[in-house]
Design a protein around this ligand. Sequence first.
Ligand code: IPE
Ligand code: IPE
Ligand code: MG
Length: 222
Amino acid sequence: MHLAIIMDGNGRWAKAQNKNRTEGHKVGAEVVKKITTYCSNNPEIKYLTLYAFSTENWKRPKMEVDFLMKLLDNWLKKELETYIKNEVRFEVIGDISKFSKKLQKRIEITKEKTKNFNRLTQILALNYGSRDEIIRAVKKLCDKNLEVTEENISKNLDTANFPDVDLLIRTSGEVRLSNFLLWQVAYAEMFFTPTLWPDFTEKELEEIIENYKKRERRFGGI
Ligand code: IPE
Ligand code: IPE
Ligand code: MG
């Protein structure tokens, strides 16, 4: 199963506790660890894609963007041992060429050091936007002189090596996709929970998965 999560609500969580938004992001990062560990121990889940930074998130105040970049760098450095311990392969979708050289290097190192693991593949969506991804894919088709087919588009998206999403969850009560995996969720089952990301737990995820299993997926058939 490929599970994808729009991790939303860090800012509102912090505000509710009279804290700075950055505190919400810090706690949110701990939840990433918790949920990834849970998924690595659930043999049904093979791919976990997490929306961490969108192509639109550059619109936020510079201080918040800088904080998120720093948090990501520190996180990857600190958590490498957790990826190794849990045998989680780290992958990225999105255009990371806009990130600092240092952060790009950190991302490459993490990918390289975890590339042979297969208990779970965790895919972070970083400077990711579905429209940007589709535009880049179509450009690749033009450059390679390839026919425009569903297969060729899929194979040239950032998700080329991953299956379509089966289950999409968004936290924080917003009911929208915010430019996340538009092509890949064509037949995904979707769940929207009011829980803010820093409050999301393994138990709630387990309940959503149980509910997902009861749904009948028809893919256009009968
Ligand atoms: C999601 O939480 C994390 C990122 C987008 C990086 P938000 O920061 O969007 O939190 P809210 O939506 O303002 O509560
Ligand atoms: C989507 O959340 C992006 C991430 C979770 C990284 P946003 O908070 O940026 O989305 P909008 O602005 O509510 O649509
Ligand atoms: Mg938000």
